[in-house]
Each structure stands twice: as C-alpha cells, then as structure tokens.
Write a protein that binds this ligand. Structure first.
Ligand code: ADP
Ligand code: MG
Length: 728
C-alpha cells in the first residue's frame, strides 16, 4: 500500500469518538440563546420599538431609519453581552454557501481610545465589493457596486464572536445578486395571491405564509482518508474507484445503530443548532454506508432556508472537530445512493389553517381542492422551470439514476386524492349542494377524511409528492440552496392562484354564483393538468416514453434545462419576482458554474490518471515483466514457459490496454477542453462541456476502475471504497 494510503487507513481505524459535553440545562432552556429573537428583543428594545419591529416581521411592512437606529442599539448591547466583538452582513451570493465580511464593533472615541459602535445605518445597509461575486453580467451593464440590506424577517444570530445579520444582496440599480431577494419577492407574491383566493372561503385571513421543512442528507468520511483523495478534496466526489464488494445491498445501514463517532458529531451539531434557534428534530442513518440525515421541524420558508444554510456550514465546522469531513455533494460515491434534500412545502394562514389539509365541511373541502388543483396546474405549466430550479452539475448525477427521481417532473397525489379530484370533475354543483343539505356529504365527492396523512400511500419514486398535508419536492439536491427551488415553486403557485382568481371573478361578474364559478374553473384545471399527475413508477423506462407523449419536459442536459428560466411562461411566473434581465443574468452565472465544475473535475481526473494511476500501473506491470523474464530463464522450453507465464502475460497486456486507453482519452479530453474554453458564449461553452467533456469522465473512470481490480493492492495509491466507507 502506498505510504499515504496506509497512514490514512490506520489513522482512520484507530480514531476514538470525541466526547461532547452535554448542555447543563434542558433544550428548551437554551434554545435560541444565540439569536436576537422576540424574547431578546423584548428585553433589549423599548416597548414601542418592539411593537413596530413586530409589525415589520409579521406583515412585511417597511422599516424607517429611526427604528433601525433603535434596533441597532438594542442589538449591539445584546451582542456585546453575549460575547460578540464583530458583526457581519450575512448573505447568499450565487455561488455555493454564504458570504460574510467581518468588521469589529470598534470606533475611535475621540480621546485616543476605542468604543463599541453599531449604528442603524450599519445595520440597515452595507456595500460589500460586488465584483468578487458572480452577477452574470449585471455589473458590466450597470454599476460595480452592490448593496447588502437587512432582512428583519430573519433574526440576527451570533456565531463564535460574530453577530450575523441576514441580508439581501442587490446591485446598485436593484437587481438581485443573491438567492434571498427573489425568494422574499416570491413569498410576498404568494402571500398576496393566496390571501385573495382564501377570501372566497374565509374573509378573516390576512396573511398566508409558505412553510418549508427540509431533510438534509449527507455523508461523512474520516479526514485522513479524505486528505488522501485529491478528487474528493477538490471536487466533492470520487472521480474513480471500484465499488466495494459490500456496499448497501444488505440494507443494513438504515436501521443499524449510528456509529459512536458519528453520534458525538450529531450531538454537537444538535446542541449548536438549538442554541441558534434551529428546531432540529430527526437524525438517522440513511440507506448508503456513511450516509446520514438531519431534519428540523418545518418553519416559515425564508427562515427555513437561512437555517438550512447555517446548518450546512455548522456541519462542515463541527465535522472537522470530530476529524470527519462532511460531503454535501449529491453523488460522492458511484454505485451507492446519492444525497438529496427533500423540501416539504405547505401554505399556512395567520388564522392557523394549513391550506393543504382537508377540512371538516363543504367549504373547507372546497378550499382544500382549490389549493391542490391550483398547485397541480402550477406544477404542470412550470414543470420545466421546476426542474431547472433544482438542476446543477452535481445534482445531475443523482437525477435519472435508479435511486432518485428521473429528470422529469410529475406529481404524485396518491389514490385517495386522485379519486377525490376524479369525482369532483364528474360532479355537478347542483348535486353537491343538494347532497350536502340532505346528508352532509360534501361536494358530491364523498367525505374527505380530515387526516389523510397516515393513510397516504407513499410513492418514493416521485419527484413531487403529496404526503397528506404538504407536498414533498424530492428532486432538490443535498448541496443546493433551497431558495432556488422555493422561489420557483412559490412564484409558480402564486402566478397560478392569481390567474385562478381572475378567471373566477370574470365568471362572477358575468352573473354566476361564486360556487358555480369556482366549480367551473376548478373542473377545467383538473382536466387541463391531467398530464402532470403520475402515480406509477417514475424510474421505469415506459414512463420516460409516456412523459414525452404527454408533453412534459424531458430534457436531460443541464445547460439546456436552464433555458426553461426564460420561457414565455417563466417570465409570467416570475413577474414581480425576477425581471427578464435578472433571469438572463442568472442563467449566465449557472452556465459559468456548470462549465467550471466540469472543468475542475476534468483537470483533477487528468492529473490523477497521469500522475497516480498510470505510474503505479506501469510499476506493477514491471513486476509482472520481471517475473516473466525470470520464468523464461528458468523454463526455456516454450510450452512449459507458456503454461507458467501465460496468465502474467495476459495481465501485462490488459494493463497496457487500459493504460493506453487512459492516456489517449486524457489527451483527447484535454483537447476537447481547449476547444470548449475557446467558446465565447456561456451557454454554448456549458453545452460543450456537457456534450464533449463529461463522457470522457465516465470512460476514463471505467479503465481506472478496471486497473484497480488488477494492480497489486499494496501499490494502489488511493484509499478504496471499502476503506472510505464504513465508519466504525
Ligand atoms: P419523512 O417521513 O418524509 O422523513 P418527516 O415526518 O420526518 O417526513 O417530516 C419531514 C419534514 O416535513 C420535517 O421537516 C417536517 O417538519 C416537515 N413537515 C411536516 N408537516 C409539514 C407541513 N405541513 N408543511 C411543511 N413541512 C412539513
Ligand atoms: Mg420526506
């Protein structure tokens, strides 16, 4: 074994669990202690300031400078008392992860000393250097400056010594340069549209909020093994390695006990999450070895997105303390499951109603059907866009493989809800009203059980499934910022609800009763949206065929999938959320990111192939050749020699064939890269990377993985899957 691999393997197998100190108080007592939440605000703000800021948070009202000044003063006092020395505007640029620039609270006091300062102006707005973040050309056309502006709806928090203030990040002329800005606009849009539709059923609803409960999947690997795999370090996934003889086929990981080292990591992650006000609830092993999941209780969408980003960065930090590296890549290992991040999504009202739960009477059930049907229609019209919202170079490895949804968006409703819609479509309003009066049967569709949660059949193959009181958008990737999917989904449903209201109001204006109008439009939508409903096996080949016939978006090339963002429908969908200029600019960023990720993978694979794999393969070949030469001197007789050395000779030939193929393909790949790099347009370049570079990644890997099975294990330089996986 190469020295590095040997050391890494023994370091990893000798590692002991790191004990984590348990908090001395109950979870509920330290929950949110590092957050400037309502409890802290009541203590550090005047009654009047608290009243105003509460209104801003609850109703999205704008904040004035005077109030910002008061809040800043209270926040500063709270932060200093809780050990913060610095503050930062915390935002989500269009790269992976979050960005922050820390400044100390200190200012000159005018007498040669320093005082801690933090003004309302610094809280409300800052100017980070926008040129260090991708803008997709918005900077060239407009101004280089970018602003970060306070988002009072997501509370500030302290990480180590820094007060982090969630902010949006926009260009000088107001174009979004981040994920949060469009998300907030989409949330505002769905609030308005859903409240309007709620008023057909209930005048008391003043606010509707989108909820999100994410389920974060991830892998852990030992840090020494990770360090011995340059591909993992540089690309987040293994670009080579043969499958381990044992991986997930015994299905023993999911229900197995969590390894002690991992348990300690999870505990510390949970303690930190609670202190930061993140309501983490579920932890468990996942299907693949070394794969785990963490899920909180669902929260308002914007807050849930911030919390997910925060958890992803906490995971990274805490994993290091436990001598692990966390892998958030969607497909770190070939041949075993990849990682996703199911986005559980629902709509709730300020009157405490979940709009995706069936109700107790006709009116409530009609409301339930109204929202379900409008969501169906929205997903149908925007199926290409929703796919684009979750597509990336890394998630492409997961989608379409036989474990995750295919690259086609469909909706699973389950037999119960499908049946309800079917009956509704074939019922008449008169029947329903009569039946309702006589027998208490609602809507002519039979009684809808109040809780279908427990008896909803679960279709694990569906990318977008109704699970009783919410939809579960399962196609989201583990490394993604949920804001991308949530912006598209909320905008799509908002636009659809607004259209629905328009169509219903038109019918009412022409003399129909409200009920008749609702019935008519809903029935029309059920019929129109039928192609999006699919309760069968999404992995099957027949479905791909069928989906194409139904006219669903079946594109599989990520750089082409992004075109859905600028379709005529998407421009309507994003009205008030993202302008055409913003949509185009963002696609530029996505194409650029795509090309860069494939470029890095291609370079790393080329280096490893030429500098690691070919040299050891040739060394092994020399061993074989020496042996063959010795056999020849000892057995000069031809037939005897062939009998003795035949297998070695065949091995020598096999090694040569693989080495030659690798060498040739690496050079062809490098040439293809040169051609791609010379292409001007970002989309054309990304398409070239997709079409002409990615096939080489698979082909070269194939030969390397074959060599791994041939070359002496003692010589193989990189930790193998059986060593990387299976934490003890
Ligand atoms: P699963 O069985 O799919 O793993 P869980 O019951 O663990 O599902 O819940 C997954 C996530 O769904 C959790 O974050 C949970 O809080 C969230 N969730 C539950 N109800 C809703 C809802 N009405 N709206 C949004 N998210 C929800
Ligand atoms: Mg789930």
């Amino acid at each position: 074994m190469s020295k590095l691999r040997q050391q890494a393997v023994s370091a990893a197998s000798n590692r002991k669990p790191m004990e984590v100190e348990k908090p001395r108080v109950k979870t509920s007592e330290y929950y949110g202690e590092k957050v400037f939440n309502r409890k802290a605000m009541t203590k550090y703000l005047s009654k009047e300031t608290y009243r105003i800021i509460s209104k801003v948070i609850d109703n999205g009202e704008t904040i004035d400078r005077g109030i910002a000044e008061h809040v800043a003063a209270g926040m500063r006092m709270w932060a200093l008392e809780n050990g913060a020395t610095h503050y930062t505007h915390w935002f989500h640029p269009l790269t992976d992860g979050t960005a922050e620039k820390h400044d100390a609270f200190v200012e000159h006091d005018g007498h040669g000393g320093l005082i801690e300062e933090f003004s309302g102006k610094l809280l409300a707005q800052q100017e980070p250097d926008a040129s260090s973040f991708p803008s997709g050309g918005l900077r060239n056309t407009f101004e280089a400056r970018g602003y970060s502006a306070w988002d009072p709806t997501s509370p500030a928090f302290i990480v180590e010594d820094t007060l982090c203030i969630p902010t949006i990040f926009i260009s000088y002329t107001g174009e979004a340069l981040d994920y949060k800005t469009p998300l907030l606009r989409a949330i505002a849009k769905i609030n308005k549209a859903a409240v309007d539709v709620c008023h057909y059923f209930d005048e008391d609803v003043a606010n509707v909020h989108a909820n999100l409960g994410w389920e974060q999947e991830y892998f852990l690997v030992d840090e020494d093994l990770y360090a011995a795999r340059p591909d993992l370090m540089l690309t987040g996934r293994t670009l080579m390695s043969h499958e381990s003889a044992k991986n997930q086929q015994l299905e023993d990981h999911y229900f197995g006990s969590i390894p002690l080292r991992v348990q300690q990591f999870m505990k510390e992650l949970e303690y930190e999450s609670y202190a930061l006000g993140i309501p983490v609830k579920t932890r468990h092993n996942e299907v693949a070895p070394n794969q785990f999941e963490l899920a909180p209780i669902y929260e308002e969408c914007n807050l849930a997105v911030d919390h997910n980003l925060l958890v992803m960065s906490l995971m990274d930090k805490i994993a290091r303390k436990h001598s692990f590296r966390v892998l958030l890549h969607e497909k770190p290992f070939k041949g075993i499951n990849g990682s996703g991040k199911h986005n559980n999504w629902s709509l709730g009202t300020d009157t405490g109603i979940n709009l995706l739960s069936p109700g107790k009477n006709t009116k409530e059930n009609l409301r339930f059907i109204t929202f379900i049907v409008n969501i169906l229609a929205a997903v149908y019209k925007n199926n290409g866009l929703l796919k684009a919202s979750i597509s990336s170079a890394t998630n492409a490895h997961r989608l379409g493989a036989n474990e995750a949804p295919p690259a086609i968006i469909s909706v699973f409703l389950g037999t119960e809800v499908s049946e309800i819609l079917h009956k509704f479509e074939n019922s008449s309003i008169q029947d329903a009203i009569v039946a309702d009066k006589k027998k208490g049967i609602s809507l002519g569709v039979g009684q809808i059980p109040e809780i279908i949660l427990d008896n909803t059949d679960r279709n694990r193959t569906s990318p977008f499934a109704f699970t009783g009181n919410r939809f579960e958008f399962r196609a989201v990737g583990s490394s993604a910022n949920c804001a991308s999917a949530m912006t598209a989904l909320n905008a799509a449903v908002a636009e659809q609800l607004a259209l629905f209201k328009k169509e219903v109001d038109e019918r009412i204006a022409s003399g129909k009763s409200k009920e008749e109008a609702l019935y008519e439009v809903l029935k029309k939508y059920i019929k129109e949206s039928r192609p999006i409903c699919f309760n069968g096996n999404n992995y099957s080949e027949q479905w791909k065929e069928e989906a194409r016939n139904r006219g669903l978006d079946c594109e599989t090339s990520v750089p082409v999938i992004y075109d859905a963002y600028t379709s005529a429908q998407s421009i309507k969908t994003f009205a008030g959320v993202m302008s055409e200029v913003e949509l185009h600019a963002r696609n530029e960023v996505k194409w650029e990111m795509y090309s860069k990720k494939i470029q890095i993978e291609s370079r790393v694979l080329g280096d490893l192939a030429l500098n690691h794999i070919i040299p050891v393969s040739i060394s092994y070949q020399s061993v074989l050749l020496n042996n063959i030469a010795s056999l020849k001197t000892i057995y000069p007789d031809e037939s005897r020699f062939t009998a003795m050395a035949g297998e070695q000779i065949r091995l020598v030939e096999k090694v040569s064939a693989h080495v030659n193929a690798i060498n040739a393909k690496v050079h062809e790949m490098t040439d293809a890269r040169k051609v791609a790099n010379a292409i001007e347009g970002e989309q054309e370049k990304a398409i070239a990377y997709h079409d002409t570079i990615t096939p080489y990644l698979d082909e070269i890997r194939h030969h390397i993985d074959k060599l791994e099975l041939i070359v002496d294990d003692n010589m193989w330089p990189l930790p193998k899957y059986r060593e990387l996986l299976f934490i003890r």
